[in-house]
Structures are given as C-alpha cells and as structure tokens.
Design a protein around this ligand. Structure first.
Ligand code: ATP
Length: 387
C-alpha cells in the first residue's frame, strides 16, 4: 500500500493539446479516490500516467515516496483493473489468481499459500477450480482483484470498470467494490463519468473539466459546497436548479418571487446585480404537508406545476418558468459541459410523497433560502461557498 502524490501534472499530446493541465492531487495511503468528469476531461489520461502507460509532460508523480515519472509500468507495482477484468478463459480461478506469481517464478508452496489467502479474503474458496466463463460478473471482478492482492500491489487503479453492465448489476458491483476496498484498505484510484458511482464509492472525489481539476473534496462537501457552477450542476440527480437572481440590497428576485437574503449571503452578493441562484430540488416543499406553525410565509411562493412524478418515497414536480435569452443560453452551455440534458428553464422540486400539489391548479411551495447558493455567472464561482 502506498500514498500517491500528483504534483502539477501536465499532459500535452503531440498537437500541443493539454489533456491534463496542472493537476495536483494527494491520495492518502488506503484512500479511495474517484476521478470524475464528463467525457474528454482527462481522467483516463491522468490514471494512465499514474500507472505508467502514458508519459508525463511535466510535474511529478510520486508513489510511496518515490518519483516514478521514468519508471516502467511493471516497476511501479500497481494493479490496473480493467473493464473486462482481463482474465484468462482457459485457466481456473486458482490459476488466474496464481498467474503473476508463476510469472515471477515463485515456488508452488508459496503460490498456494498466497492464492488461498487471497481467495479466503475475497470469498472465492468454493470457486477455485471453476473457469471465468462460469462465474458471475461480481465473482470475476473478485478474481481480478485477487490477482492484484497476491502481487501485493501498492494500489488498485480502476478505469470505468462497471460501464458495460446493466443498471442492477452495476449497483451490486458498486457495493461489492466499496466493501472490498474497505476490507483490504488498499489505496485506490477509480475513474468514472458516473456521478452516482463517484458519490457512493469515494472517500474523496476529484471533479475534472477540460483537463483542469475543479474541486477535490468529500462527496458531502461537493454536494453541499460546490465551488462553481460546473461542480454544482454535475453532482446531484436531479441536478441543482439554476435560476437568474436579481440582487437588490438584501433582497433577491427569482423568477417566481422575491425573497429576503440571509445577511451573510447578502454580504457576499454586495455590489452585484445579476447572479445565478442554485437551489437543490429537496430545498422546496409543498406547504400543505408542513406544520403551519413552522411555515415562514415570506419564504413561500405560488407555483403552477406542469408534471408530477410520484416515486413512492418522494415525488418530483416540474415548474417551467420564463427567462430571457441570456439565461437560457447560459443554462444550455452548462448542460452541455456537464453532460446533462436536464438543466432547463424549469424548476424541479422534490416533494413529500403525500403531497397533492398541482392537482387543483396553483400550489404554494416553500423555499429554503438558507440553502441557496449564489454564483457569479461571469466565471461560475460560488460566492456563497461555506455559508
Ligand atoms: P472518456 O470518459 O471519454 O474516456 P476522459 O475524461 O477519460 O474521457 P481522456 O481519454 O483522458 O478523457 O482524454 C482527454 C483529452 O485528451 C480528450 O480531449 C482526448 O481527445 C485527448 N486525447 C486522449 N488521447 C489522445 C491522444 N493519444 N492524442 C491526442 N489527444 C488525445
């Protein structure tokens, strides 16, 4: 096991294009780090530089205290777990796990001891004599990880290992990987474009866009304190609502009403006139399901619900609103960058499953202004981060 330190890593391809642009990330010993971002953001390139499959243009890659920029992949002792697990179909599970040990010329006795130790850890004892074709996806994944364990690899590197699987299996495998990583405590770097995988698997998540690291934080921090519009729109499903926000002193005018801003937010917004407000769907509620004594009328508004999707434990309601062309263009750009098609000029609100909002015309919804973010539309910065 080892810590991985990436210091000011740059990767420029032949045409001068910076696929990875000055990225610095420290992965602690035993940590599970996720690299996430839309297609082309440079996450696979970064992973390939860790493992040694891609040259580093500038910066330092330090593994276990040693600078490895010029070390061949085989000398880095890392284990890359590929999407198809790269198992040998004609070999048994036992021999698949033993493969790197045989390659290293280990004696039978030592091979047997290490394979059995790994198979017990991975719950594969009863499958040792089976062939990969007869195993489930989860079992195959464990065999691939077994091969990494017997090699005593310093870290596991995963490149979108679940992207070919159907949704149900993906969910199961996700849990399996999380459980194993926790049990083995092996430093892991995991590349995905799927924000659910990023949020559920990682101790910390590095969000990238066009080769640049946007934010490196725990899943909770990313969700609650996104540093910019891109991270805010990328993390969360359904995504955060983005709305034009006209600031006037300590008041904010949103498309559906004007509200008083909490003092600290008003302070951060001072001097600006038009900002982008960001509010997550769960920060709205149908007031008719709330205790009337707990409702602050100054934080409610009338809404005409277009569509309501009842999901059993909650429901989503869609409320279109009018916005000028500038705002519409901005939302469209954001949606394109974040690989999301659901950022539009409509509010998506998550309501209590008991709510009947919208059944008889207009509804009254509450909004939790304390949880609202304010972004500077010129550079996307979250002005209210930390509040
Ligand atoms: P995806 O999820 O689609 O694999 P990614 O985030 O992993 O995307 P990379 O594969 O790291 O992205 O690619 C980052 C950028 O570098 C892309 O714009 C890509 O076109 C470019 N790129 C990758 N490999 C090469 C190459 N061999 N030569 C030139 N450009 C490349």
């Amino acid at each position: 096991m080892a810590a991985i330190e990436m210091k000011n890593i740059v990767k420029k391809y032949g045409d001068g294009f910076a696929a990875v642009n000055d990225v610095s990330i420290d992965v602690a010993d035993g940590e599970f780090l996720i690299l996430v971002g839309p297609s082309g953001c440079g996450k696979s390139t970064l992973l390939r530089m860790i493992v040694g499959l891609e040259d580093i243009t500038s910066g330092d890659m330090v593994i276990d205290g040693q600078r490895v920029n010029d070390l061949a992949p085989r000398d880095r002792n890392l284990s890359m777990v590929f999407q198809n697990y790269a198992l040998y179909p004609h070999l048994t599970v036992y021999e698949n796990i033993a493969f790197p040990l045989r390659l290293a010329g280990k004696k039978d006795g030592e091979v047997d001891e290490l394979v059995r130790e790994a198979s017990t850890t991975l719950d594969l004892d009863e499958h040792l004599q089976r062939k990969p074709a007869n195993l489930s996806g989860g079992q195959r994944q464990r065999v691939a990880m077994g091969r990494a364990i017997v090699r005593n690899a310093k870290a596991f590197l995963f490149d979108e290992p679940l992207s070919n699987l159907d949704a149900k299996l993906r969910g199961q495998m996700r849990t399996e990987i999380a459980r194993l990583q926790k049990r083995l405590g092996i430093t892991t770097v995991y590349v995905t474009h799927d924000q659910t995988e990023a949020m559920t698997l990682g101790d910390r998540v590095a969000v990238m866009k066009r080769g640049i690291l946007q934010q490196l934080a725990t899943p909770r921090e990313l969700y609650e304190q996104p540093v910019n519009l891109f991270v805010a729109g990328f993390i969360g499903s359904p995504p955060m609502n983005f709305l034009p926000a006209e600031i006037d002193g300590n008041r904010v005018k949103l498309p559906f009403g004007t509200f008083e801003l909490p003092a600290e937010k008003a302070e951060r917004a001072a001097g600006k006139s038009l900002l982008m407000a960001g509010i997550r769907p769960e920060h709205f509620e149908d007031v008719s399901v709330l205790d009337p004594a707990a409702v602050d009328e100054s934080r409610t508004f009338k809404a005409t619900i277009d569509v309501r999707e009842w999901l059993g434990d909650q429901q989503y309601a869609y409320i279109p609103y009018d916005a000028d062309q500038l705002v519409q263009d901005h939302l469209r750009d954001l949606a394109r960058e974040a690989d999301s098609d659901s950022l539009r000029t409509q509010l998506v609100v998550s309501l209590d499953s008991a709510s009947q909002a919208g059944d008889d015309g207009q509804s009254v919804l509450s909004i939790d202004i304390d949880k609202m973010h304010l972004f500077d539309p010129s550079d996307g910065e979250n002005l209210t981060v930390g509040l």
